[in-house]
Design a binder for this molecule. Structure first.
Ligand code: ADP
Ligand code: ADP
Length: 226
């Protein structure tokens, strides 16, 4: 079954920049794919289009969602390179925010936020403030916030690019463990060939702008992934 399907998707911005396409991409449910390509080739644009944050100029976008889920974007979690946490409120409240905006009652929202924080190893930091956390921990909070609504699809836009190598490697391993445990579809944008091959089952390489698919590689591993 398909989680995401793009057919003939193009994007030309108002300033005339042709950012994307035509792009054809089908991602199966539960797949972990990486999007790799030169800076400015339209990777972020593609993610924003999949998330419904940006409209394509042409083509069709299909995103499979839970039965009965109607709100656009509801079945999708988005992790940006910048964690963008609200500084004046606790880690728990930052993670609870999407549920609060979705009208989930406070007690239930806090319980689910704590579960999401546990899944990224931050149980002990629920009451801390973002300024007290390291870069890697802020990224974990951002990941917990994306997971708190239990989305089917997780879109990640160069999430670990600003982190030091050791922190990045730990996050890679924890993300893989989470993916195995949760069975979500992940589309992961990165500049790192190592990261793309280490993390994903499939590496999609894009051309320079306007981004099209240059190669679509299946990554075979010796270690079991599933
Ligand atoms: P990538 O994520 O691969 O670096 P982007 O999707 O961010 O690429 O950008 C693709 C191209 O579109 C770039 O040339 C960028 O400057 C341009 N672009 C991105 N967003 C906008 C925008 N909102 N308005 C105009 N041009 C944009
Ligand atoms: P990334 O490569 O990580 O996507 P960018 O620097 O390309 O980051 O884009 C950051 C933000 O700036 C995005 O929201 C994008 O839409 C916007 N942006 C990028 N290029 C342009 C541009 N030429 N004109 C207007 N907005 C842009």
């Amino acid at each position: 079954a398909l989680a995401v399907s793009l057919r003939g998707v193009t994007k030309t911005y108002d300033n005339g920049v042709m950012a994307l396409g035509p792009l054809d991409l089908a991602v199966c449910k539960g797949e972990f794919i990486s999007l790799l390509g030169p800076s400015g080739c339209g990777k972020s644009t593609a993610l924003r289009i999949i998330a419904g944050l940006s409209a394509p100029s042409s083509g069709t976008v299909r995103v499979a969602r839970h039965e009965g889920e109607v709100q656009p974007g509801h079945g999708i979690g988005f992790v940006f390179q910048e964690p963008t946490l609200m500084p004046w409120t606790s880690v728990r409240e930052n993670v609870r925010l999407p549920l609060k905006l979705g009208g989930v009652a406070k007690a239930q929202g806090r319980a689910r936020a704590d579960e999401a924080l546990a899944s990224v190893g931050l149980t002990d930091f629920a009451d801390a403030y973002p300024r007290e956390l390291s870069g890697g921990m802020k990224m974990r909070v951002s990941l917990a916030r994306a997971l708190v609504t239990d989305p089917d699809i997780l879109l990640m836009d160069e999430p670990f690019a600003a982190l030091d190598e050791i922190t990045r490697f730990r996050l890679n391993n924890d993300l893989l463990a989470l993916w195995r445990a949760l069975g979500k579809t992940v589309i992961f944008v990165t500049h790192s060939v190592f990261e793309s091959v280490y993390l994903s089952q499939r590496v999609v390489v894009m051309t320079a702008r306007p981004g099209r698919i240059q190669a679509d590689l299946r990554i075979e591993t010796v270690e079991p992934r599933g």
